[in-house]
Design a protein around this ligand. Structure first.
Ligand code: GLY
Ligand code: MN
Ligand code: MN
Length: 461
């Protein structure tokens, strides 16, 4: 964990933003995989990690604003636990490490919360995303699980988003180090991308590299010759010459900070002409979008710029046509680039998504569009120094979507369907990097992972 002051300062900063009441933080419990004692790898809740640092199941904490008190609720382990899992420091020793002087038994939380309710005090809690947490909240607060998130504290969400959005030097270093591990995963994958290799051999190697550095993957690896399926988690295909291999994979540090990188490699190590043409368009969108990153720019404008870059490139290849400003304004490019340009990155790979995407990526000045494509943009608001974000433009040929749009005669003034139909076997390309917004501009985090046509071909050679 970080030094004690990191956590106490974070809580001090939170306290300043909440007017009254108590803030209730429920850490995660073990989650059963196929029976109770065979569990998924434990993952602590990111908000609990941020403010209370302790990466252990069955912890809860209260920040009592009215009484200026911090309490950790947890139980010391017993002899059974010691026999099966070894010794562990006491709750009070661990609490001290994150600057908390008061600890109570886990069962005391119920009394503490019920007491606060009796005194008509506001109970602030963040939206729950796990069934167990919802049930626990129901027991504590008497609100049914199916409506519990309707009672989330917007005041607390907004305060947490404000704090977690700005990364300090320690957090930036964590993320940057995880890009460095991703470097080894992605360069290994590029070198392995030969005909007759299977997707699972390469995905498995990437996963193994993350683990061999003492880390885990920050989300299930996407490794596919069908890059047109955006989140493809199937690894059963054999690589064949003429295909592109899309690898979207990131690493989670021991402290749970994530990297998130995508590279697209030609099977066999050499781009053919058609692949190179589309690749250069996506690369230009990636590089030029990154150049725009600085404080106060609207991320939505960077997204639209990337969309325009892709649409202009496709027009040059005869896949799109007409007035490209109009095409992008109406959303015609979304046939090829149907997702958002990126998202925040931090303790979650889609940072703070559990708090509600609109609280993280939008604010009072900007609301989410309902247009196909733009509606999926997770981050739209003005950037600030200290944000860590991804830039991940892509270009995909999704046969089912092409067929549907063509049947509906959609955007026939902007899309040359006759030519697009000849690309239905193409797959997809995405190029993703992790970027820190600095005081005046930006910094691409971590080691330079081969990205240009030349860099990729040279590495594989
Ligand atoms: N790995 C999912 C994403 O890039 O957003
Ligand atoms: Mn990704
Ligand atoms: Mn991403």
């Amino acid at each position: 964990m970080f030094a004690t002051e990191v956590y106490s300062t974070r809580r001090e900063n939170l306290k300043k933003q909440i007017l009254s009441g108590i803030c209730l933080f429920l850490g995660n419990q073990e989650a059963a995989f196929n029976y109770k004692s065979n569990t998924y790898p434990f993952r602590q809740d990111s908000n609990f990690l941020y403010f209370w640092g302790l990466d252990i199941p069955n912890y809860a904490a209260v920040l009592d604003i009215d009484n200026d008190k911090e309490i950790i609720f947890a139980d010391d382990i017993d002899m059974d636990d010691i026999i099966w899992m070894g010794t562990q420091e006491s709750v009070s020793t661990l609490a001290n490490k994150v600057g908390v002087a008061n600890t109570q038994k886990y069962s005391e939380l119920d009394k503490y919360v019920k007491n606060a309710i009796q005194q008509n005090r506001k109970i602030h809690f963040l939206p729950a995303y796990r069934g167990e947490t919802k049930m626990h909240l129901e027991n504590l607060l008497g609100i049914k699980t199916n409506i519990i998130n309707d009672y989330k504290s917007v005041e607390l969400i907004e305060a947490v988003v404000k704090l977690r959005s700005i990364k300090d030097e320690l957090e930036i270093e964590e993320i940057s180090n995880m890009v460095d591990v991703a470097y080894y995963m992605h360069t290994s994958a590029m070198i392995m991308a030969k005909p007759n290799m299977t997707e699972r051999e390469i995905a498995g190697t990437m996963q193994g590299i993350a683990h061999s550095y003492g880390n885990t993957v920050s989300f299930p690896i996407i490794l596919t010759i069908n890059g047109q399926t955006l989140h493809n988690h199937n690894y059963n295909n054999k690589l064949t010459a003429g295909k592109l291999m899309l690898a979207d994979a990131g690493v989670e540090s021991v402290l749970h900070y994530a990297s998130d990188i995508t590279r697209t490699t030609p099977v066999g190590g050499k781009f053919d002409t058609r692949q190179k043409e589309i690749y250069e368009i996506v690369l230009k969108a990636n590089v030029e979008a990154i150049k725009m990153i600085r404080p106060n720019i609207l991320y939505k404008d960077v997204h639209l710029f990337a969309a325009k870059t892709i649409a202009e490139g496709l027009k040059e290849l005869g896949l799109m046509k007409g007035n490209i400003d109009e095409a992008v304004q109406q959303g015609a490019h979304a046939l090829f680039f149907p997702h958002g340009l990126g998202h925040m990155l931090g303790l979650d790979v889609h940072d703070m998504e559990g708090l509600g995407e609109n609280f993280v990526g939008y604010d009072k000045t900007i609301t989410r569009s309902t247009q196909f494509g733009l509606a999926f943009l997770r981050l739209a608001k003005k950037l600030q120094a200290g944000f860590v974000i991804t830039i991940e433009p892509g270009c995909y040929f999704i046969p089912a979507l092409i067929d549907q749009w063509q049947r509906e005669n959609k955007f026939t003034e902007f899309i040359n369907y006759q030519r697009v139909n000849t690309y239905k076997d193409f797959g997809g390309i995405r190029i993703e990097d992790d970027i820190l917004v600095t005081e005046n501009a930006h910094r691409v985090l971590g080691k330079n992972i081969p990205k240009t046509v030349n860099e990729i071909e040279e590495l594989i050679k």
